[in-house]
Design a protein around this ligand. Sequence first.
Ligand code: ZN
Length: 404
Amino acid sequence: MKKILLIFLVLCLSGCSEKEVKTIIEEDKDLVSINYPITGINVLDDAVSSYVNKTYKNFKKDYSGIKKPELNISYTYKEVNNNVVNISLNTFISADKTINKIKTFTYDKKSKKFLSMEDLIADLDALDYDIKKLLLEKYRDADMDFLSNVSYDYFTIDDENLTIYLGPAILKDSGSELIYLDIPLDTLDMLIDIDKSKASDNYLHIKKRNIDYDDKVVALTFDDGPSKYTNEILDVLNKHDACGTFFIVGNKASFYDKTLVKLVKNGNEIGNHSYSHKWLNRLSPDEFKAEIERTQNEVKKITGFTPKLFRPTYGGYTDRLKSYTDLIFVLWDVDSSDWKVKRKEKILKNVIPNVKDGSIILFHDNHEYASLAIESVIEELADDGYKFVTVSELLEIKELREQE
Ligand code: ZN
């Protein structure tokens, strides 16, 4: 039987010391993938954890006789203002039937209590009429008497909307659809401040990928960016459902901040390629550490992602340098020499015949040559049965294979 590995890269912004994302992944009998935030607010964390544990236990009990049931719990996290935090947990179960439900928590650190809709909205009774009207407009085919069941137990807040979720199965034949209504914040008379500068995604999730680790896998890596060509490469990767690992030079990061955010959101990985691309062996320990740290900080500040990988400039390093950082040093076994040969045909000739299962291929995204060749590289490798993974995923897959 093929084994499926669900890999999530879970990230968080700076100030993560007490905050974290708990992840549970199981892949033997059941498919379980759970991510939920730990905020450092004990009461809130206890409520969230206990909901997750209960859901997990019930899933194990209720689906014990069913072949490969899937439980997936994902979340949203929003600091509404300095005191109020809103978390939603979306439970998705796929088995003999599909279940999709939501649970939300809104906690006020100042009053030390969970907030309800009554705590947020000045005149909920008056709003009730409008909400029902909007619901009928949105769900035209709905059974009319669902309106009598409308409650305001579950809601989330983002920079634009207050979103109200209606309980599962409130609509007949709603299947796995979540029933919800977005109400623009600027139409509401809110009792609490909404601070839009607060992070709405303190824990940024990279797109998840299903990876069969019996498949042939390959990691595309790009050095020396970001640049104006990085964006084109990202579009090609996205188009082919592929991904890459970009070893970036830190001092360029803030200039291409949007590119880096897109890069991470599309499921690619950022690695550290120093701050100013110096020949590292000549640096003092402090200079070397500064080269690494400055890039770590830039990437973290812009994307929320903290790189785990380091690619030494010019591929040169010593064990002495390695001892100065916890980052994993990553080289390559296939060199496209794109900067040298320039032409697409030559890049393909350098790459395709040399790729094997588990290869790491080196490109550069600071000039146009890789962007011209990358689509053909992806198409040829995909035709040959290769799946594309990030370097971190590749390392994880290699480790799992070794455990076999
Ligand atoms: Zn380089």
